[in-house]
Unconditional design. Sequence first.
Length: 92
Amino acid sequence: MSFTALLLMGEQIRAGRAFLRLEQAELASAAGVSLETIKRLERMRGPVEANTRTVAAVVQAFHQRGIVFDLRSGAGPGLRLADPQLTPAAAA
């Protein structure tokens, strides 16, 4: 488990999903968690409060689609494509 995953924020989940044009249900399925879990995590402001395995599963689902969460860029947390050559559609 990376330090980044432990500080995953609700805003990052919403942004990553929007970037990939994923529905909440699609993310839930990819992460192996319930739709209600994704909804709950996305409602949170700031770091999500969830089981470490749940957070890791969500991070992994994004990583498999080419999204990396970044806490060091700019003034705050963000996300980026793992491979800058990918487009959002190709990453999904």
